[in-house]
Design a protein around this ligand. Sequence first.
Ligand SMILES: [Zn+2]
Length: 143
Amino acid sequence: MNIKLKPCPFCGGSVELHKHKPGRFTPEGWSVGHWCDGYVMSSFCSGATVEEAAARWNQRIDTRWISAKEKKPTGEEGDWVLGVATGQAANLALVDAEALVSYDEEADEWYLTDVPDTTVHVSWWMPLPEPPELPELPEEETK
Ligand SMILES: [Zn+2]
């Protein structure tokens, strides 16, 4: 079983999967969480299976800014991330502006979306949330 769990959203500590027995208020299943500094169980997600509990835990959006000096996007975050960018793009000057950016590991450069070949300096970044599940559109009738 190789399931990756996001860290605790409060203290950043690592979390664990626990199997729990049926109780007065919960059916048998699995839960994700941990004791922040040994005091209180932090965010707690459950499911009937390990996969279900892990998927619920991991669906939360990580909204913390990551220092670009300390860590760059690996590609696991998708092609684009939200960055705090500074630079010149065509006739647009960015100064610590929030913008969609992409990091090229080989070139060690940050690129600005929608402006081809424009590199910018990025000080902070964060992954974008997953897009929403959109309802299927009805098929158009052909006449
Ligand atoms: Zn914690």
